[in-house]
Design a protein around this ligand. Structure first.
Ligand code: HDE
Length: 705
């Protein structure tokens, strides 16, 4: 390979390209601290006073010669850049991806193939529809975008937590997004799909049915970014050293399992803590509960029809059931560092489906091909020009010598006289590389066809996979889908849209359609037969009987003035051994003191709300009737099927809240001992006490079907 002829852009992210300026503190001080001790202007001139503008006398006027005032205000006036047109709201983290070597047979990309190779990554999670300041827990698809800083260049896997998409052709993207975004006249509702234009679009464009039913399932309201799947959605092509190809689907599988909020929790969180997911990710990483995912691939033969068991692999509204093509784990992602500066990293990171490395190619999926245009184009407006790969978070960790020059925000001081190839002036460098040098050489593929605006006939199947999805869910998950459709369509005003939506549901499942119709108070459409789905795919269920690890889970302990502090300490110890946390909730802030024991109160009945906790336990020593705010917390937790419990006379508080100590998922004991702690840990691992569902729903008046 020719030597790099321009400043090395692979420098660590905290060092400015010119080696001076805002590179952060030196002398071994806290790397998150301020860059220096002395206040300066952007030009490095030391400033004696940044609180008063320069005036002719204390009563003014302000003088034009006050360059500090002008620089300070000028910069402030331009602090904002356009938010992303979609996925504006997000949170990111740094981490490492380690390949396990299993992909070596199918790809030459070292990032995936080389056993034990560790590649730095930056991941950004997001919602799709809301603005930058919108709430985290709205019902929506979540983005799961990963930038791999590989030795062979940057690879971005820009995926979602739902494996299919609303549309089959990129040309419809502006349409679905315009339909999902707030109505243009009032700019409401923010960050949600429960409105007429969204349902108008998805019922007229029935290819959206599959993605929509995933959104209406628990996948639309994840518990945490840490408990979401991720999917590459499109089919990709991998190429190995022998130039053999396979088609693959990428899957991220969270080690903590896939868990969701209940709809009521999501709604409460949107008001009480709109930063719920952002906070959860940040806190988990700060607490050392590093989120982890396995990366897996479904390997599918690269046949001329680009189909597998009758499923068109170029159709992004289709999945390949895991029972037909198992997901093979090829590596693991660990997120282990929070960003130092949200704007510099999370806001300025620029993903692109065209950021590929040798061994990984796209396919002719028309949605993917449109994305390959869009992700470059959008950065011109958002990041202000074509040099965005020079922004620290976007810099490749591979040498760059690209012959691009100039443009807005150019950071490099390019050397050489001949930024073109071939040249003789610069002795011919940079030279093009070849396959053996590790160049990105596209695998030859035969293409022919008439120029038409059309889609293949296989793209017309819009219902068999939504039917498969619904049929595969557990009955609890199916009920959540029914509730979600009923809520969303119930928020629509147009009768015609609701009726059309019912004709779509009738194609998926008879009971689903009938229940939603009853909830809306509308008749069930006649003479529409549901689609015959493939056999069930249990892999699509997220409620599983096996427990998951509980790292980063939070147990709230309600403690009265006479609380058993020894018992609290014992429970904390047991939880911390599993990576979970305990937070004391009391009537006031400060401390609880008993003899020589002290407990810090981290939440009060005024500042805490049930949604913050994965389980709530009342400590012995509580006032018999409790505080009504504590009772509300317990009742909510009970309704949300979370583990609730108590020891000693804390059980009276449960009873005061109307909670039967014998109900499923209610844990009680005389003391806070190993048995009680073990039961709390086991309950957290199952996420919720699903068998409490009938008890909770018993108090709801069912719609007459
Ligand atoms: Fe995106 N998408 N998208 N998208 N997308 C953007 O890129 C676009 C699609 C996804 O955290 C934008 O930098 C088109 C599918 C994620 O920064 C934009 C089409 C999937 C993110 C854009 C799609 C995604 C984006 C907005 C249809 C899942 C956030 C700002 C052809 C596989 C990345 C930006 C981040 C962001 C365009 C469809 C995922 C405008 C035209 C399918 C996770 O370029």
């Amino acid at each position: 390979m020719p030597p790099a002829r321009q400043p090395d852009q692979s420098a660590p992210r905290t060092v400015s390209p010119t080696g001076v300026g805002y590179e952060g503190p030196k002398d071994g001080r806290d790397p998150r601290g301020q860059a220096g001790d002395t206040l300066t202007t952007p030009n490095g001139v030391r400033i004696p006073d940044s609180d008063h503008s320069l005036k002719a006398g204390p009563r003014g006027p302000v003088l034009l010669e006050d360059f500090h005032l002008r620089e300070k205000i000028m910069h402030f006036d331009h602090e904002r850049i356009p938010e992303r047109v979609v996925h504006a709201r997000g949170a990111g983290a740094h981490g490492v991806f380690t390949a396990n070597g299993a992909a070596a047979k199918v790809t030459r990309a070292a990032v995936l193939a080389e056993k034990g190779l560790q590649t730095p990554v930056f991941v950004r999670f997001s919602t799709v529809l809301g603005s930058r300041g919108s709430a985290d827990t709205v019902r929506d698809t979540r983005g799961f975008a990963t930038k791999f800083y590989t030795k062979e260049g940057t690879w971005d896997l820009v995926g979602n937590n739902i494996p299919v998409f609303f549309i089959q052709d990129a040309i419809k993207f502006p349409d679905i997004i315009h339909a999902g975004k707030p109505h243009p006249d009032r700019e409401i509702p923010q960050a949600q799909s429960a409105h007429d234009t969204f349902w108008d679009f998805v019922t007229l464009h029935t290819e959206a049915t599959h993605h929509t039913i995933w959104n209406m399932s628990d996948r639309g309201i994840p518990r945490s970014y840490r408990t979401m799947d991720g999917f590459g959605v499109h089919t990709f092509r991998l190429v190995n050293e022998k130039r053999q190809t396979v088609l693959v689907k990428f899957h991220w599988k969270p080690k903590l399992g896939v868990h969701s909020l209940t709809w009521e929790e999501a709604q409460i969180a949107a008001g009480v803590d709109p930063d719920f997911h952002r906070r959860d990710l940040y806190d988990a990483i700060e607490n050392g509960a590093f989120p982890e995912w396995d990366l897996g691939i479904q390997i599918l033969p690269d046949t001329p029809d680009e189909a597998f068991e009758g499923i068109d692999l170029l159709d992004p509204t289709k999945i390949v059931p895991e029972e037909s093509a198992p997901v093979q784990v090829i590596g693991t992602l660990v997120l282990n560092a929070n960003p130092t500066n949200f704007f510099a990293e999370t806001e300025q990171v620029a993903f692109h489906t065209g950021h590929l490395v040798p061994g990984i190619e796209g396919t002719n999926d028309p949605l993917l091909q449109g994305r390959n245009f869009s992700y470059l184009d959008t950065q011109l407006t958002r990041l202000g020009g074509p040099n965005f790969t020079q922004i620290p978070i976007n810099r490749p960790h591979a040498p760059v010598n690209d012959n691009t020059r100039d443009g807005f925000h150019q950071q490099a001081v390019h050397t050489g006289q001949a930024p073109y190839t071939p040249n003789s002036v610069d002795d011919g460098v940079p030279f093009p590389a070849n396959w053996a040098d590790g160049a990105y050489v596209n695998v030859p593929r035969h293409v022919e066809g008439d120029v038409v605006r059309a889609a293949p006939a296989s793209f017309d199947d819009h219902f068999s996979q939504p039917a498969l999805f619904y049929k595969s869910l557990t009955s609890v998950e199916q009920q959540h889908v029914i509730d979600a459709y009923t809520f969303e369509l119930g928020k629509c005003y147009e009768q015609g849209i609701k009726e059309r939506a019912l004709t779509v549901l009738a194609r998926i499942d008879e009971r689903l359609c009938a229940e939603v119709a009853a909830g809306l108070g509308l008749p069930v459409p006649k003479r529409i037969k549901p689609e015959k789905p493939r056999p069930e795919s249990p892999a699509l269920r997220q409620i599983r009987p096996t427990p998951f690890p509980i790292q980063g889970r939070i147990v709230g302990v309600v403690a009265g003035p006479g609380a058993d502090l020894d018992g609290i300490a014992a429970l904390r110890k047991a939880l911390e051994a599993e990576g979970a946390l305990l937070r004391v909730i009391a009537a006031h802030g400060g401390q609880l003191v008993k003899g020589r024991k002290v407990e810090i109160v981290e939440r009060t009945f005024a500042t805490g709300r049930s949604i913050e906790f994965d389980a709530i336990v009342v400590a012995d020593g509580a006032p018999k009737d409790g505080d009504f705010r504590a009772l509300v917390m317990l009742q909510e937790a009970f309704r949300h099927l979370k583990a609730v419990g108590a020891w000693g006379d804390g059980v009276d508080v449960l009873r005061a809240g109307g909670i039967d100590p014998g109900a499923p998922g209610v844990i009680t004991g005389r003391k806070s001992n190993a048995k009680l702690a073990g039961a709390v840990v086991a309950a957290l691992g199952l996420h919720r006490a699903w068998d409490r569902t009938p008890l909770v729903r018993a108090s709801m008046v069912p719609p007459t079907v």
